[in-house]
Design a protein around this ligand. Sequence first.
Ligand code: SF4
Length: 425
Amino acid sequence: MKFKLIYPKWAKLSRQTEFHLPPHGPVVFAAALPDYVDIDFIDENLETIDFDDDVDFVGISMMLTVQVKRGWEIADSYRKRGIKVIFGGIATMLHAEETMGHADAVFLGEAEGRMERVLSDFSQNSLQSCYDFLNKRPDIGLVGPARRDILNRKLYNFKGVQMVDLVHTSRGCRFNCYPCAVSYLGGRIFRPRPIDKAVAEIAGIDNNRLFIVDNSLAQDTRWEMELFQEMIPLKKSWCSHPIEDKPEVLDLAARAGAWYVYQAVFDTSDYIKERIKRYHDHGIGVEGTILLGLDNHTEDFIKRLIDFLLEIELDLAEFTVLTPFPHTKAYDELSKENRILSHDWNDFSADQVVFQPKNMSPEKLQELLDYAWNTFYQDEPQGIKMAKLFKQVVKREMADNTFKPRDRNLSGQSFGRPVNRDNEN
Ligand code: SF4
């Protein structure tokens, strides 16, 4: 069966450097497909879709809300040609009903152990319009190594440097933060993968630099420490969302190759200040993820917050505005208060204000977003800060003898996360 798996393109954040990381959702999904499926993967951010090629079935994998409208267009084109289309991925789950209007089937939930049935329905021309497994999560032990072989890997480099590879070691999250849809998508129960399986997958990735994309590794100290312990011999360098800041955890994380973490900074408290310092004391960099426009944010507060970020010497910062993605507490509350100003999903890019802030006009918040980027990077531009963080990893690799000489002439690169704008760690 010829299955074409498509990852629709989207516009990057206006202030983000243009680079492309290998996508994660499609390669994890591909691992759940039976062997007889011949997968042709297209990342539309980097390749052009040939709508006339010979294909039996099309899958559209959507991670971000800003991908959905393009995903629908692609599906409409294939369906006009009589080819059946199934949708999956995080953004499909968030926009399931609307997506059904453009699909022969939508798949909601995690795919492991489920795709044989879907493909058998397809073969018998009896596809269901919706496969809803959102609250029937499979055994996490079924998660196999992602099918990175479907990627056209040479496309994922920046100025000759291979981009980080993405991998996950757990699903779910114990927390339920205001702007985040993870509790809806992955559940409130933290589900770690068996450590031997996760570590075997990491060891098998042909890349020394990884992004561990788990929602948050700071969920279960014992598991976290065991994972880091097992990762030490692999000599990988990695970035991730937050890890616990207990000294014993940070010590192991650093030995396991922690390069930098993404850490949300919501306020100017000593708690945050000390947390950042603890990461730094262990040689772990910090990229702050800063969400502007919460109900307690005034113009003064935001300006003080930016000063604070400079004072605590964050290595990098990425600024976005609160965006009420469906199935978040933010969406429910702002919707109830009639404060959502746009339902055009292309506007839900996290750098456009689509809601009425409590303490200022939408225009003012938009202006403060620019102020934040400009002020934080005023004395030391983003490229320089990135180069500094990059130097750390090169230094470590040289010490470990894992440095690849082709990276030697690099003057600076972008290596941030694919901003998962449907959750915010
Ligand atoms: S923001 Fe992070 S910690 Fe909070 S619910 Fe989402 S994934 Fe969990």
